[in-house]
Design a protein around this ligand. Structure first.
Ligand code: ATP
Length: 219
């Protein structure tokens, strides 16, 4: 059976989620207060509906309770985003992801029970800054204020060594959870695995340790 999702707010962020979910083979109910925006998704989403999701009766009439995951991608109006999330919670939606505008918005969203809060602009800024500071850091995903997962390109200095040789966990405190090699991904690589030039190492650890590893092991 196809997975069923709801996306509320069809700006650039919500819109791209709708398109990608459809590409991935899911059913998507796309909702926006603007008829014009909804029109843009009429032929893309499984269902595209004009509704003000801060209107309790309107929200309840949509049968949202039956969907497994709802994304609230209302950007500018923090009030509409909070009210919508609150009512989705009351209706009993199992999983709610909400785009936050700032830290205060996030705090409130977490208090009222949002399962996942995302800051796409902030997170993309962090990723790009990390890539700007080090060409070897290809991607950066924050897990918490202090911990992240990074994709680090192996250079000639690392190539040819095994994970045991490098003793990365003991020396730098980071763990290599996977290695991307061309189209292949080695998950939980063995200690005897030899790193190849231009492998992409997926490492997890504290931000400080990741940066220490990137600075010392690759330069
Ligand atoms: P992006 O950066 O993703 O484009 P944004 O921060 O500019 O997003 P907005 O355009 O403010 O986001 O909001 C996203 C969408 O949410 C808009 O299309 C807007 O019409 C819709 N929206 C706002 N309020 C409501 C509401 N009460 N019910 C349903 N949709 C709403």
């Amino acid at each position: 059976m196809k997975k069923e999702f709801v996306v509320i707010g069809l700006g650039r962020f919500g819109g791209s989620i709708v398109k990608e979910l459809i590409e991935l083979g899911a059913n998507v109910m796309a909702i926006d207060i603007s008829a014009e925006r909804v029109d843009d998704y009429a032929t893309i989403a499984t269902q595209a509906i004009v509704a003000d999701t801060t209107d309790e009766a309107a929200l309840k009439s949509l049968g949202i309770r039956n969907f497994e995951h709802v994304v609230v991608a209302i950007g500018e109006s923090i009030q509409a985003s909070i009210l919508t999330t609150l009512m989705l919670k009351e209706i009993g939606v199992k999983k709610i992801t909400v785009k936050a505008q700032n830290d205060y918005h996030e705090k409130v969203l977490r208090k009222i029970g949002a399962d996942q809060v995302v800051h796409p602009e902030r997170d993309m800024g962090i990723r790009i800054a990390n890539n700007m500071v080090s060409n070897n850091i290809l991607d950066y995903l924050e897990l918490s204020d202090e911990h992240s997962i990074a994709e680090i390109k192996a250079n000639e200095k690392l190539a040819g060594s095994t994970l045991v040789d490098l003793d990365i966990r003991a020396k730098y405190g980071v763990n290599i959870v996977a290695i991307k090699r061309g189209k292949h991904i080695l998950v939980s690589p063995q200690a005897i695995e030899k790193i190849e030039y231009e492998d992409i190492l997926i490492v997890i650890g504290s931000d400080d340790d990741i940066h220490k590893f990137e600075k010392k092991a690759l330069h």
